[in-house]
Design a protein around this ligand. Structure first.
Ligand SMILES: *Cc1c(COP(=O)(O)O)cnc(C)c1O
Length: 393
């Protein structure tokens, strides 16, 4: 079994490009050019150089001594929280803005839910001096004021999406409408391994620098490239795709995906797509999707804004369906506890998305000599208010 995308844009039964005809030229331009452009030495030099001097890569692979002692296994943390802007998302936006420049695009659009991808996009647009329009649900604009302010400071225009539930999926619809109306000068930066082919593969490739670094860092630290397990939280699945990428076809490396169970799988307030989802189409991709009996997308819930996506990227749907990945869902309460524990044991306050990944150690046992790498996708500064309210700090 191969876990990379096939020529038609599928991972097993999942993926493809289910798009309106009017969007076809835009997506087709990307599809026919992304591999050639990103493989060119000019592109690779620019990408590597910005990852190094602007993002701060390579990020450390840190042996978490006290956490390892507590759970009686060898735990390493891949420190994506130390990336510029505080999470892995910038790896992808750097890659896509360089691609946009190579395609001669002058204008960048993006959608954002919690605002993290909007900030990562506005950041690289400022870096390159390109116009940036970010679509965001009206409800999310109210909930995420600090990120809206960041985007404005970075020079982006934040456009409210006022239809439907006024959240992420409505912002996505607005962005798609914009792209249809501006097919020649505009690139649409999608923020995770979701959307029509080639986005899931393109974003996974940009994020794959994470597992590339893990391999060489483990070789230095442990004398071997492969860990026994790689663990990551999954919203759309981009930090996970990057952390798994170079291990996908190495069956000795266990792949563990952690989803948000919200208030519990059976409560109706959850974002555990692999358990609750059925095959459907969302944002141009055939994948597992939380939906009602008649196929309406259900509104997801998680205490972490970055995990409450009703679908999951097609790569992850395939990892789940094929059994290659082990999928675990973690409640709000267990995630919050794990975030506090990491803070106290290691002096690292994680994003609440990331806290879900750490809750696994209370739920699953590892052997004492297992090497377990956790992708520490982001830092907790943005979540301080949620931590304050939850713990009465
Ligand atoms: C956005 C975000 C996520 C979820 O997105 P993925 O595409 O699943 O990686 C996870 N962690 C952090 C810190 C985020 O900002």
């Amino acid at each position: 079994m191969n876990y990379n995308v096939d020529e038609k844009g599928y991972y097993g039964d999942f993926g493809g490009a289910y798009i309106p005809e009017m969007l076809y030229p835009n997506v087709e331009e990307l599809r026919t050019q992304y591999l050639e452009i990103t493989a060119s030495s000019e592109f690779q030099d620019q990408f590597d150089s910005l990852l190094k001097s602007y993002v701060g890569r390579p990020t450390p692979l840190y042996f978490a001594k006290r956490l390892s002692e507590k759970y009686q296994t060898k735990i390493y943390l891949k420190r994506e929280d130390l990336c510029h802007t505080g999470a892995h998302k910038v790896n992808n936006t750097i890659g896509q803005i360089l691609l946009a420049q190579h395609l001669g695009k002058k204008r960048i659009i993006a959608e954002t839910g919690a605002g993290q991808h909007g900030v990562a996009t506005a950041t690289v647009c400022a870096l390159m001096g390109l116009e940036c329009i970010v679509y965001m649900g009206e409800v999310d604009i109210k909930r995420q004021a600090p990120n809206v302010a960041r985007m404005k400071m970075l020079g982006a225009t934040v456009v409210p999406a006022t239809s439907g539930s006024k959240t992420l999926k409505d912002a996505t619809n607005e962005a798609i409408r914009d792209w249809i109306n501006n097919p020649t000068d505009t690139h649409y930066i999608i923020g995770s391994v979701v959307g029509p082919h080639p986005y899931p593969d393109m974003v996974a490739r940009f994020q794959s620098v994470i597992s590339e670094e893990i391999k060489s860092q483990l070789l230095q630290l442990e004398g071997k490239e492969n860990p026994d397990y790689v663990i990551a939280c999954v919203g759309g699945g981009s930090n996970a795709a990057g952390a798994y990428y170079h291990f996908l076809n190495t069956p000795e490396v266990g792949i563990i995906a952690v989803e948000a169970a919200g208030k519990g799988i059976d409560t109706g307030e959850s974002a555990a797509t692999s358990v609750l989802g059925k095959m459907g189409i969302i944002h141009g991709s055939k994948t597992l999707l939380m939906q009602t009996h008649d196929g309406q997308i259900t509104e997801p819930y998680s205490i972490s804004a970055g995990l409450d996506y009703p679908g999951v990227g097609p790569l992850h749907a395939h990892l789940y369906a094929s059994g290659r990945g082990e999928f675990i869902s973690i409640t709000d309460d267990d995630a919050m506890k794990a975030g506090l524990e990491l803070s106290k044991l290691e002096g690292i306050i994680p994003a609440i998305e990331t806290s879900h990944a750490f809750a696994i150690f209370e739920n699953r046992k590892f052997k004492p000599d297992d090497i377990v790498v956790v992708n520490l996708s982001g830092r907790g500064d943005k979540d301080l208010n949620t931590y304050i309210e939850y713990f009465n700090l």
